[in-house]
Design a protein around this ligand. Sequence first.
Ligand SMILES: [Zn+2]
Length: 430
Amino acid sequence: MKPRTEYQKRVVAVNGSLRNLANKHFVEVYNRACTHIAFQNKGNTLICGDCGEVIEQPKISIAGLVRCPHCSKKLKPLDSKKWSTREVYYIMAIDQSKGLQILRYYLLYTYFRKHQPVRLLPLEIFRVYINECGQRAVCSKLRTMFSAYRDQWNMNSDIELRQPNMAWRYTPYDVRAWAHIRTRKFTKECKRAGLDVNDTLFPDAETICKILQDNRYETIWKAGMHEMAFRLEPKEMTALWPALKICMRNGYNPNNVKDYIDYVKQLIQLEKDIHNAHYVCPADLDAEHRRTNASVQKILDRKRFLEEQKRMKEAESAYAKRILPFLNFYMKNKNFHISVLPTVKAFYEEGQAMHHCVYSNRYYERKDTLVLSCRDNDDKRVATIELGLPKCDIRQVRAACNKIPEQYDSIVRLITRQKKELRKLSAAMV
Ligand SMILES: [Zn+2]
């Protein structure tokens, strides 16, 4: 992609001038953070994957590791009798050049082969550039065709400026590195924003941008709310900011941040005062969250109930008009009788009593359907019947919980006997 804006031109200039990292950095990362393995060997011996020497009479620790007497690495013995194996890690180097903060991502391949020392192959695949204002640009290798996984890169391509055309978290660049290179260089803006933290706390590219763009993020980051800075979306920040200020004043740092954001949003929905520490710094977040959840649910249920009633009212008149010819129609034998469901409310009652979807799937709105209810002599519901119009063929006969009723055959017989009458009535429908 050709650089168009000033910023892109600046990024491309820096991209061309970056130097490769020395191999010693990757050796250090490998020794510190990657898995070291041992091959199974004949007899009671292992072979060190790191230096390739044979380990006689290995002592396995409680953690399942073995110390190599030759290179003194802690090794994990393989389960299988493989001769070679390979691991891949995303490694990040934090670099800076000409005022741009750069996150350089490498794929570190570690190749093990019996009786041979380990071989490391680091390949740089992309760089994320962030300027003073938190603006982001990416230079990367190409993706392979039809890449289904994040780490499918075309290794022969160059690291060039690319334009990610989707939300950051869906791009292949939103990667959490397995480990960081020890030597880290920060721009003065990043240092001032407090980004110079240890590996486990180091923010991802998205969070760094948020911190540099919005000083409220910088404030919560410096107050130690790292997880909050990571989770909180910029559009949620404005709503939650008063609550966060109270949290910082009271030294309150919720451990379940996702729940906490939900909780404060619900407080806002319930029109509670989020400037009040009583609400925003609960001692038992779980219990309070459950309580607000119940209140919000109540409001939603009420809203849904009113909507449902409105819909029922609207549907009622249309349905009454449609089934007018059937209203007085009635079939019976000595055990039960069948009649049309007369109102939409009757659909609701039928659905509730029989635990099926005759109401929820809005059968009363279907023009090609006639729904009847079969009841015994005590007026207890036996089955719900769906007929197809205009032929009046039987589509479904269902007892409670969508089961097949015991009286299935006699119901079918009764309806078949009355089919002529049914057809005549259905012809009169509008
Ligand atoms: Zn060794």
